[in-house]
Design a protein around this ligand. Sequence first.
Ligand code: NDP
Ligand code: HSE
Length: 443
Amino acid sequence: MSTERDSIGIGLLGAGVVGGGVARILREKADIYARQIGCPLELKRVLVRDVAKQRDVEIAPSLLTTDPSAVLDDPSIQMVIEVMGGEEPAFAYLKRALTAGKFVVTGNKEVMAKHGGELLRLAREHNVDLLYEASVGGGIPIIAPLKRDLLANDILSVTAIINGTTNYILTAMSKGGGSFADALAKAQELGFAEPDPTNDIEGIDAAYKLCILATLSFHADIMPADVYREGITKLDARDFEYAREMGYALKLLAIARRRGDGDGVGDGIELRVHPALVPQDQLLANVDGVLNAVEIEGDLMSRVLFQGPGAGSLPTTSAVVGDALDAAVSISNNVYWPHSFRRESGVKPLPIDQCQSRYYLRIRVVDEPGVLARIAGKLADGNISIASVIQKELDGARGGGEGNAEIVIMTHEALEADIQRALGDIRALAGVAAVEQMIRVRP
Ligand code: NDP
Ligand code: HSE
């Protein structure tokens, strides 16, 4: 690499929602960026599946290609921006790009969650950088602060709303009082949810993003299999009513939390994605619609909250192009300072049964003497303390049938293993029709 160059060549993998935005902004702000960096950025090739496809963004037909080698083997391309999505072939292409000594920018959370460690090692071996700000929180700056500004802290917890689709659905259910199916259909109609929404509504997308945040926060290799995951499909309109009555909002939270005092007993990191009750007076409870937010707690700076658009073409383009400019500065100055932290803290992911939380339980019972006392007895047997109880008679319209009642119990903090055991016992009690819901409260 020389310090005097006419331009820095960029290869773009993907020209969809994000790639289209990147191509457009690189063109529209070309002069500004050239002045900032000291040389122009030149988009040289754009890999797509279908060159004939109608696109919202204007890309010269001569740039479009379906041949990955046209990008990955072109020595005039010093930087590859990957916004194709999916694990393969994206992972293979990123390895090829890094091995060829190209800087890489990606927004691919699946690849970074599953293979980030290997790709970052490869980047270091070839003296290039791999930047991935867009992989979590779209336009919200969160990767760079964790890599740099917050480094002096021991991170104690990360608590995040990092999936816009589910936050949109939960906000709609909370405000409109409708069912999950209705809210999902509306989100699909408005283009917020994919035709196949599985990755979002089952918490898979949020779990990938949590892996990336937790790896940076706790200096350990956190993999998707380490994250306990529950989606939002089983939430009922009644849970939103009770949540409101008790002063909570319902959110899909991604939580990574350090536990233990370092003596080795019970030490580790809780890693979980699940619906959670968030007290209404907390900032996270009021992050609505497609917005994302990440709250980081550190031993020095206490809590900070990063909030903003977690998806969308231009917000995500902001993160991608920001990384591209950072890489361009390294390329044009022929210097590269790897943000290479070690992943050897030794902290271990904790299994879900060792996690601790307060719990909301909604139980359908036969409305007869002694049922509540028997349920309370099973919780007491499990060393679980009750914080509050609501009991309501159910009529046919509320799905209970005459003579049934619904009991909602909020517990104090308890161990997940104890709650699961107690719920098993409660299900077997005479007079208990069903344990219909269990929702954790945010720590
Ligand atoms: P799109 O589906 O809109 O675009 C994908 C692009 O990649 C398309 O241009 C497609 O080509 C191309 N492509 C896909 N597979 C291949 C392949 N095998 N060979 C060649 N080209 C291929 O995705 P998005 O722009 O929405 O997302 C891109 C990435 O950014 C993903 O990793 C996503 O998770 C991430 N991201 C997206 C956000 C968003 O708001 N959309 C927010 C944050 C991150 P063609 O156009 O011909 O079909
Ligand atoms: N499907 C993701 C979301 C897109 O809904 O947040 C951004 O990663």
